[in-house]
Every structure is written in structure tokens, then in C-alpha cells.
Design a protein around this ligand. Structure first.
Ligand SMILES: *[C@@H]1O[C@H](CO)[C@@H](O)[C@H](O)[C@H]1NC(C)=O
Ligand SMILES: *[C@@H]1O[C@H](CO)[C@@H](O)[C@H](O)[C@H]1NC(C)=O
Ligand SMILES: *[C@@H]1O[C@H](CO)[C@@H](O)[C@H](O)[C@H]1NC(C)=O
Ligand SMILES: *[C@@H]1O[C@H](CO)[C@@H](O)[C@H](O)[C@H]1NC(C)=O
Length: 409
């Protein structure tokens, strides 16, 4: 019985990661969609980058509470790490990208692997259509700063996301495995079977490899070099963490997602409108088996399996909290304000739809939540990808029209 289960469980490493990565991305980004979204828009101004429909014209410094804001950052890459809540983040970032006329690098399906999992050859042909100077990359990709800097417009900033490794593992595990009726704690049982796991030992099936979905996967996606996964040299690992950290303007923490969004808003000079999001959770673990408590021993076993993910999580969580401390106590007032505002917006959209003006407050400008906004708050990844691709098409048409004019004039 146990061996059948372990066969079912059968977590496999890179080869399967590739395959799953493709499935995931097909599922997430299944373009082309039959219907074209974002076409009949009543507030075209948003496409040209005027931002939210504002009723009053306060300058950003009045409302963002920050001295050093000279306009929003409108070119960034988001490293969308699987199973970290990155799907919800994608929705927020995609809306921002559409509202600000950003140019998406959309991975071409059959070459998706090149972009995502083996980036040495990353170049413009990896995006659809090849245009160059992309300002937005938010679909799954593995961090390669050198290659991505070449692909993206000059000065592009980077956003990452990490989740506590144990919660990440839980999510990966139950995504792949529906718990059997006879086991109250399938995850604990799995970890018990790995209790003798020794890092670096190759005799543990797929876990012997340097990376797989339940082993150092977040670190790998965020660009931590694979060749150091087996290293025990503390100083080298710490130096590498600092290097990886320096690539990112901000790394969001799944456990503190709303706090992360507020820090993102402040870091990138965005408005509070830009980070509003649906409160409907995308994936929830409802089954109690899935959230069953683990013993200290099982948790220790997990630490041994995925040490670099713990290292990277602790590092980014620490630096995140250091930054919030630097922001001062007002940061927490803003977080509270944001959570309330976001709930009010969601209530309005779920219960009333129609138009509603939300007045300006200490951290937010006045904005209008109309039926289009409410509809889009519920959009899926596919719908957002379609809207961004439509925008890209328009941008390309515009470019070729201008070129024609130059040639004929
Ligand atoms: C857009 O609006 C026009 C006119 O209102 C309508 O004929 C068309 O079907 C709409 N297109 C979409 C994709 O909804
Ligand atoms: C990252 O991209 C650069 C430039 O394309 C390439 O030389 C390098 O091998 C890549 N690194 C990895 C780890 O794939
Ligand atoms: C990208 O932008 C740079 C600087 O503005 C420009 O020189 C270059 O021609 C652009 N490349 C493409 C492919 O549009
Ligand atoms: C993240 O860091 C903070 C501050 O050091 C700490 O209180 C918190 O427990 C950490 N969170 C997790 C999930 O480890």
C-alpha cells in the first residue's frame, strides 16, 4: 500500500518540472482566447496611461506620503514563482500594465520552455510578437538578469515573490495529489517516508537531484545558481543571497501579501487604486487533511530536503521586515487603510456593481469604481493576457502606421 502511494506521489524533478511548467502555463495563459476582452472599453483613457479615472487632480506627493516619488515605475518583470499566490499578484500587475500602456513580452507557446526553464538563449524571438523594448514580463519565467535586461527596455525593474517553504510544499503536494480516504495526514506520511533523507545523497530517488518541485524550487526560479545548491559554505551562500537580492526592487512575501502590495506601491510610486484586488481567493485548501499539523520531526525533515528555499525565504522575509521598519509606523496605518478600502471596493463590486466614487483619503486619490472596473476585478489570467496582447497588437499597428508615414513622406 505504502509503495503504491509513493508511486502515485512520485514527485519528479527537472524533466517533470518542465512538463508541469508547460501545463501550468498553458492552463494559466491559454491564449488565444475566443473572445477578445478589453475591446469595448468605455474609458479608453486608461489604455493611454492616464491611470485611474480620477475626479480630482491631486499631485501624487499629496497622497502617496512619500518625498521621493517622481512618477510611477512602468517597466518591470515579475518572476511568477509557481504556488506562491503569484496568480493573484499577476492579476494586479496585468491590470496595471494594461492601464499604463505597457508592452508585454508574451512567451510563445512552443518556445515557452526557452523563456521559462532554460534561458541562455533568451532573446526577442521568445516573445510574441518580436518587437523589442518590452516593458512588461509577468508570465512564468526563470530569473536570468543578464538575458532579461537585454530583452527588456532599459532600466526595467524586477519583482519577485516567495512563500514559506512548508506552505509552498503543501500547496505543490496537494496540487498533484488528492489525499486518500484512509490517511488523515498525507503530507506528514510522505515526510515520514523521507525521514532518513540526507542532503546531497543521490540514493533518494528524484530528491537526489539539485532541483525539483519540492526541492529548492523557489530559489531556482528566483535565479539562485543551481551549482551552489549543494554548498555548505556559509559565507558564499550569504554573498550569493545578497547578489540575488540586489536584482530585485522588491520581493513580495506570500504570508504578508497585502503588506507587500503596499510596499510595492510605495517603492514604485503607484497609487492605491493600482493595487486593489479581488478578495476571492484563487486556491484555497479547504480539506482539513491538507492543513493537518506536522510534527517537529516532519518539519525538520522538510528543512533538510529544501535548504536553499529556507535560506532564501528567511533572507527575503528579513529584508522585507527591515524595509517596513524603515518606512515607519505610518506604513501600518496605510496597510490597515488599504485593507479596509479594498474590502469596501469588493463589497461594492459584488453587491451593487454600478458606479461609485471612492473619496480621496490619506493615502489614496479619489477614484471611480464603475461596472467595467468591477468586471475586470474578477478577470482571470487568460482574460488579462488577452487584453495585454490586444494592446500589443494596437501598439504594433501604430508603429507600422508611423513607419509607413515616414516612408511615404
Ligand atoms: C463591441 O461593441 C459593439 C457595438 O456596441 C458590438 O457590436 C460588438 O459586438 C462588441 N464587441 C464585443 C467583443 O463585445
Ligand atoms: C543567462 O543568460 C546569459 C545570456 O543569455 C547566458 O550566457 C547564461 O548562461 C544564462 N544563465 C543561465 C543560468 O541560464
Ligand atoms: C529600444 O529603445 C532604445 C532606446 O530608446 C532604442 O535605441 C532602440 O532602437 C529600441 N529598440 C527597438 C527594437 O525598438
Ligand atoms: C518573518 O520575519 C518576521 C520578522 O523577523 C518574523 O516575526 C516572522 O515570524 C517571519 N515570518 C515567517 C513566516 O517566518
Amino acid at each position: 500500500m505504502a509503495s503504491i502511494r509513493s508511486m502515485i506521489l512520485h514527485f519528479s524533478c527537472l524533466a517533470v518540472v518542465l512538463y508541469i511548467g508547460m501545463l501550468w502555463s498553458w492552463k494559466d495563459t491559454g491564449f488565444p482566447a475566443k473572445r477578445r476582452y478589453g475591446e469595448n472599453r468605455s474609458h479608453e483613457g486608461m489604455i493611454t496611461g492616464r491611470g485611474p479615472t480620477l475626479r480630482s487632480d491631486l499631485s501624487p506627493s499629496d497622497t502617496t506620503n512619500q518625498a521621493s516619488c517622481d512618477g510611477p515605475v512602468t517597466n518591470f518583470v515579475f518572476i511568477k514563482v509557481h504556488k506562491t499566490g503569484s496568480g493573484s499578484t499577476f492579476l494586479v500587475l496585468a491590470r496595471f500594465g494594461r492601464n499604463h500602456g505597457m508592452t508585454i513580452c508574451y512567451p510563445i507557446h512552443d518556445k515557452h520552455r526557452r523563456l521559462s526553464y532554460n534561458s541562455p538563449n533568451l532573446d526577442r524571438s521568445a516573445c510574441q510578437p518580436s518587437l523589442g523594448n518590452y516593458t512588461l514580463l509577468i508570465n512564468h519565467a526563470i530569473m536570468n538578469k543578464t538575458a532579461m535586461d537585454r530583452l527588456m527596455a532599459p532600466g526595467t525593474r524586477y519583482i519577485g515573490i516567495v512563500r514559506h517553504p512548508l506552505e509552498h510544499f503543501r500547496s505543490v503536494f496537494f496540487y498533484k495529489y488528492q489525499p486518500a480516504k484512509d490517511s488523515v495526514n498525507p503530507l506528514g506520511k510522505y515526510l515520514d517516508s523521507k525521514v532518513n533523507y540526507k542532503p546531497g545523497r543521490t540514493g533518494m530517488g528524484k530528491l537526489g537531484k539539485p532541483v525539483c518541485q519540492q526541492k529548492n524550487f523557489q530559489a531556482y526560479t528566483l535565479g539562485f545558481p543551481r551549482k551552489l545548491f549543494g554548498s555548505r559554505k556559509k559565507s558564499l551562500l550569504e554573498e550569493t543571497l545578497r547578489t540575488v537580492g540586489s536584482w530585485y526592487s522588491i520581493v513580495l512575501i506570500t504570508e504578508y501579501w497585502e503588506e507587500s502590495l503596499v510596499l510595492l506601491r510605495r517603492t514604485f510610486c503607484w497609487t492605491m487604486y493600482d493595487i486593489l484586488h479581488t478578495t476571492r481567493r484563487l486556491h484555497v485548501l479547504r480539506d482539513p487533511k491538507k492543513s493537518a499539523r506536522l510534527t517537529d520531526k516532519q518539519i525538520e525533515t522538510h528543512r533538510k530536503i529544501t535548504p536553499i528555499d529556507y535560506l532564501i525565504y528567511d533572507y527575503f522575509n528579513r529584508t522585507f521586515w527591515e524595509r517596513t521598519t524603515k518606512e515607519g509606523p505610518e506604513f501600518w496605518d496605510e496597510v490597515a487603510y488599504f485593507k479596509t478600502l479594498n474590502l469596501q471596493v469588493n463589497n461594492h463590486c459584488t453587491l451593487f456593481q454600478g458606479d461609485k466614487v471612492f473619496p480621496s483619503g490619506k493615502w489614496s486619490r479619489e477614484f471611480l469604481a464603475d461596472s467595467t472596473f468591477c468586471e475586470e476585478l474578477d478577470w482571470t489570467t487568460t482574460q488579462w493576457n488577452s487584453a495585454l496582447l490586444l494592446q500589443l497588437e494596437r501598439q504594433n499597428e501604430e508603429i507600422s502606421r508611423k513607419q509607413d508615414q515616414i516612408e511615404s513622406g
